[in-house]
Design a protein around this ligand. Structure first.
Ligand SMILES: Cc1cc2nc3c(=O)[nH]c(=O)nc-3n(C[C@H](O)[C@H](O)[C@H](O)COP(=O)(O)OP(=O)(O)OC[C@H]3O[C@@H](n4cnc5c(N)ncnc54)[C@H](O)[C@@H]3O)c2cc1C
Length: 459
């Protein structure tokens, strides 16, 4: 199946958008809206457009959009197209599920599976947004905004000069990340740490004697930890991610004592993989030790609309745990959904912003809630121990033998154009068989607060 490439159009001509935040979400938003003729200004508070960390997996749900925006050649040239995704047991290294990204996969999902360096993807999106006509500024912080009858006044600060200014727009899209200032106008919540921490690292692939033939995404999953490897930049770089549960974080959470700021530090990292196969232990020497990522998400939101003229998107609306490798893809889906629904309404002469924002939120919030909740479940399934691990491995083997598509179609086969969650918001919930499942972190907090018995803590 070939993806239709969007031709630049003019449905949103005359509509002024301000985007707060120039991560992958904001840059994608600037591109998708500019391609429909909108007048887009993006403000990023950092002095340059920069992504920290290394690789990103982009499933076919993201690749189809990149193709639609005309970026297929660029992202394929910058990234790597793995042949398979392999799940292996982290104690034995035995493969338990192999997902082929072959022609049948490509036909089924209408797209490839791509892995790409974060900074390469961001540069491609930023450049494409500028070519499409968007104006992107660095060093500008969005402080807040006031909605009025026919638009929004956005308060910004030029950080280097320390000067403030008010800017007018029709719509403000807040792609301002997990610590979003605009999310706080919908709900007063906090990030939910998962007790897991990620170490990352890149190294040369062709000269690595153990890894030079790597063509796949490989995930070693094991008790309280996992380890991911895949090639980047046409196979020049090896991307590795080592994730483990921090005993110190878990202890503080369980006992209700103060959480140390540096949970997941190098001292914990050094022993976190002692129970895994020696192959994994031998790979940990190439991880970066100066930075680690304490992994948090937030509770799903059922409404993203801040006011008739402001909406939150990307991690500001739905920061996920990383297990379904879809945080950046969801942010791109948000961008395309907003641009699509607004341009469709404008083409019919029915561009009413409160209705468009409500429609976008109605479609996207349940979709992203399901990804956030399933991500928590998927992470717990990766990290089980004892007999649960053996049953998990057998279930994975069976899924490999039959077909795993049916478990993933909802995630990788999505197209906002079908408005499937608007038609049926209950699709945003976990499938019926899983609805009794409860997130381990919720259980620990409930037990601490006297609302759950200790035996309810076993997975
Ligand atoms: C370990 C790990 C692995 C991951 N792997 C994957 C993966 O394989 N695939 C995938 O799809 N996703 C993955 N993700 C998730 C993905 O990285 C994020 O979901 C995604 O990058 C979010 O993009 P965003 O633009 O919404 O937010 P951000 O990237 O957080 O960008 C927000 C931007 O807004 C700026 N900003 C904030 N406040 C303001 C303000 N007031 N004014 C101006 N600018 C502001 C910030 O400086 C920042 O640049 C992973 C995440 C982690 C932690």
């Amino acid at each position: 199946m070939t993806q239709h490439i969007l031709q630049a159009s003019a449905e949103l001509r005359g509509q002024r958008f301000i985007i707060a935040g120039g991560g992958i979400g904001g840059a994608a938003g600037a591109l998708a809206l500019s391609l429909r003729g909108a007048d887009v200004t993006l403000y990023e508070r950092a002095p340059e457009f920069k992504e920290v960390g290394a690789g990103l997996q982009i499933g076919p749900h993201g690749v189809r959009m990149l193709e639609k925006w005309g970026l297929k050649d660029k992202v394929f040239a910058a990234g790597y197209l793995p042949e398979r995704m392999q799940f292996r047991d982290a104690i034995t290294t035995e493969p338990i599920l192999t997902m082929d990204f072959d022609e049948d996969f490509q036909r089924h999902y209408g797209g490839r599976y791509l892995v790409i360096h974060r900074s390469d993807l961001l540069s491609i999106l930023v450049e494409a947004a500028q070519e499409a006509g968007a104006t992107l500024h660095n060093g500008v912080q969005v402080l807040g905004a006031d909605t009025h009858a026919d638009g929004v006044t956005v308060h910004i600060e030029h950080r280097a000069e320390g000067t403030r200014e008010d800017v007018e727009a029709d719509i403000l899209v807040a792609f301002d990340g997990i610590h979003s200032v605009f999310r706080g106008e919908i709900v007063r919540d906090e990030p939910v740490p998962s007790a897991y921490v990620a170490y990352r690292g890149t190294s040369e692939l062709p000269t690595d004697p153990d890894m030079s033939g790597l063509k796949d995404v490989i995930g070693y999953i094991g008790p309280r930890c996992h380890f991911i490897q895949y090639p980047l930049r046409h196979g020049e770089l090896l991307n590795q991610v080592a994730v483990f549960q921090s005993p110190r974080y878990l202890k503080a959470l369980t006992e209700g004592t103060e959480v140390p700021d540096d949970w997941g530090n190098n001292e914990e990292f050094r022993t976190a993989f002692d129970h895994t196969h020696e192959f994994i232990q031998g790979r940990l020497g190439s991880m970066w030790l100066d930075t680690w990522w304490q992994m948090s998400d937030r509770e799903p939101l059922d409404n993203w609309v801040v006011s008739d003229r402001i909406i939150v998107m990307g991690d500001a609306a739905h920061p996920p745990l990383q297990y379904l490798a879809s945080g950046a893809v969801m942010a791109m889906e948000d961008a395309e959904c907003l641009a699509l629904y607004a341009s469709q309404a404008a083409a019919k002469g029915e561009l009413d912003w409160p209705s468009v924002l409500a429609e976008v939120s109605g479609e996207r919030a349940p979709r992203c809630a399901r990804i956030q909740i399933t991500g928590r479940f998927w992470g717990e399934l990766w990290h089980v121990d004892g007999v649960s691990r053996l049953i998990r491995n057998e279930t994975f083997r069976q899924a490999g033998r039959t077909s795993w598509y049916r478990y993933v179609d909802w995630l990788w086969g999505y197209d906002a154009g079908r408005r499937e969650y608007l038609r049926d918001p209950s699709k945003g919930e976990l499938p019926e068989e899983l609805q009794e499942w409860e997130y381990q972190i919720h259980k620990i907090i409930a037990r601490r607060e006297g609302e759950a018995a200790p035996e309810e803590l076993t997975i």
